[in-house]
Write a protein that binds this ligand. Structure first.
Ligand code: ASP
Ligand code: MG
Length: 468
């Protein structure tokens, strides 16, 4: 078996000439240990937002914004190309290709302006251009440095459904296409460089896997090739015990289990796109998160299960700007279907719910939603339960001011009694009032809802439990 490695470089890891140089050196070093390497690139940092911001403006403002965006895109990509590509014809060719993509951007925006509407499909066509540009740039830079590399767009082999902006891959077709297309290139001794984030539906229309989806691309490619390892290159040393902006003594974890990282990614730690984990777990592939700007640091390794004697609590996260919505009323007691109708109403507003609790008296259901969705959610609920509200079976449907969901994560909680007790006394001792609690049956995390003003205090206090 040949050893195959998939490496993904995030936006900051390809975001400047310096970063691209580091990435190239990382690829060169990896070639010493790995026979087959696939590199997945994000758009340069800030580019996806820049592209989408123009396309999403009110139509009368698009034109002005586009010419501004156009020059920013040119500046960003061309200055990195000029700094790193000394070969004149390669430089000119690269700039020409990037320019073509910028022209597509301008044309798409004027089409959106004429139609007066940006469909999800059109927005995906726009968003895909960031990765398509960085692919040209990175491939040229790597080739220039003397490494044999071939660039290929992932639209050629990642086949998805037509759920634009959040497309789901068809793993079987993707597997066939990926192997058929990438294996010959790899077998000739090239490294493959490809785009993260994007795929295409069966008709060939470009789709995206959702914002931040390049991690997921790397996992998909790793699982279908298959690769032995997937490495995610980012701009921090790995997964940290908490957000270092809140707690300066936060540390990088050298290992974390799949269950723990899934929980962390879900509860707001911005290290990995949550969908990344499943394909690699199912294929038994190793995953490592590491820092382009500190490549000798080992980063964080994902492991199948928690080591015995490891720390019980591994990390603390906070999702901010949430509201707690409560439906309460004595008439709900023992009435089947209230929860089903409530969540159907929430789903109709396309809001996802990160946390749910129901008291066993069944007299209230309470759940969190992102603050900006709360008004919509409340009116959907009031509509759904109009009769019950009129008949006083439901007393009220209301939401709090902004709250945060603070989560402690650690697979060891499963086997260690008293963790919840410690968590609550720690919060109590630090004067933090807990508004709601949820513990998943996986027992890998406990989530607490606290007032927005208590967020920092809660995170700091709980972080102290990690080092104890
Ligand atoms: N460029 C895309 C985004 O920012 C995908 C990624 O970077 O993972 O959402
Ligand atoms: Mg990005």
């Amino acid at each position: 078996m040949q050893k195959t490695l998939v490496m993904k470089f995030g936006g900051t890891s390809v975001g400047s000439a310096k970063a691209l140089m580091n990435a190239t050196q990382i690829i060169r070093d990896a070639k010493k240990d790995w026979t087959r390497i696939v590199v997945v690139t994000s758009a340069m940092a800030g580019v996806t937002n820049l592209l989408l911001d123009s396309a999403r403006l009110p139509t009368d403002q698009i034109v002005g914004s586009v010419s501004d965006a156009e020059s920013k895109l040119r500046e960003k990509h061309f200055s990195a190309a000029e700094a790193l590509i000394k070969n004149k014809s390669l430089l000119e060719e690269t700039k020409k290709e990037i320019n073509k993509l910028i022209e597509i951007f301008v044309n798409l925006c004027s089409a959106i302006q004429i139609l007066g509407e940006a469909s999800p499909r059109a927005l995906d066509a726009v968003a895909s251009l960031g990765e398509r540009m960085s692919l040209r740039l990175l491939t040229a830079v790597v080739n220039e440095s003397g490494i044999k590399a071939k660039g290929i767009e992932s639209t050629e082999f990642i086949v998805t459904n037509s759920n634009f902006q959040n497309a789901h891959p068809d793993f079987l077709t993707t597997k066939e296409k990926t192997q058929a297309l990438l294996n010959p290139i790899l077998d000739e001794g090239n490294i493959v460089i490809t785009t993260g984030f994007i795929g295409a539906n069966v008709d060939g229309a470009v789709t995206t896997l959702g914002r931040g989806g390049s991690d997921y691309s790397a996992a998909i490619i790793g699982s279908v090739l298959p690769s032995d390892d997937v490495w995610i290159w980012t701009d921090v040393d790995g997964v940290m015990t908490t957000d270092p902006r809140i707690v300066s003594s936060a540390k990088t974890l050298s290992e974390i289990s799949y269950g723990e990282i899934a929980e962390l990614a879900y509860y707001g730690a911005k290290v990995l796109h949550p969908k990344t984990i499943r394909p690699v777990v199912e294929a038994g592939i190793g995953l490592r998160i590491c820092n382009t700007f500190n490549p000798t640091h080992e980063g964080t390794r994902l492991i199948a299960s928690r080591k015995k004697n490891g720390r019980v609590i591994k990390a603390v996260t906070a999702i901010q700007k949430q509201r707690l919505v409560t439906i309460e009323g004595r008439g709900m007691l023992g009435v089947p279907g209230v929860a089903a109708r409530a969540f159907a109403a929430v789903a109709s507003t396309k809001t996802s719910v990160p946390l749910i609790t129901q008291a066993s008296s069944e007299q209230s259901i309470c759940f969190a939603v992102p603050a900006e969705t709360a008004d919509n959610v409340l009116s959907a609920l009031e509509k759904t339960f109009a009769h019950e509200i009129e008949d006083d079976d439901i007393d009220r449907v209301w939401s709090t001011d902004d709250v945060s969901i603070v989560t402690v994560v650690g697979a060891g909680m499963k086997h260690t009694p008293g963790v919840a007790g410690k968590v609550f006394s720690q919060l109590g001792n630090n004067g933090v009032n807990v508004l709601a609690i949820a513990q998943g049956s996986s027992e890998v995390s406990i989530s607490l809802v606290v007032d927005a003003n208590d967020t920092e205090n809660a995170v700091k206090a709980l972080h102290e439990l990690i080092v104890q």
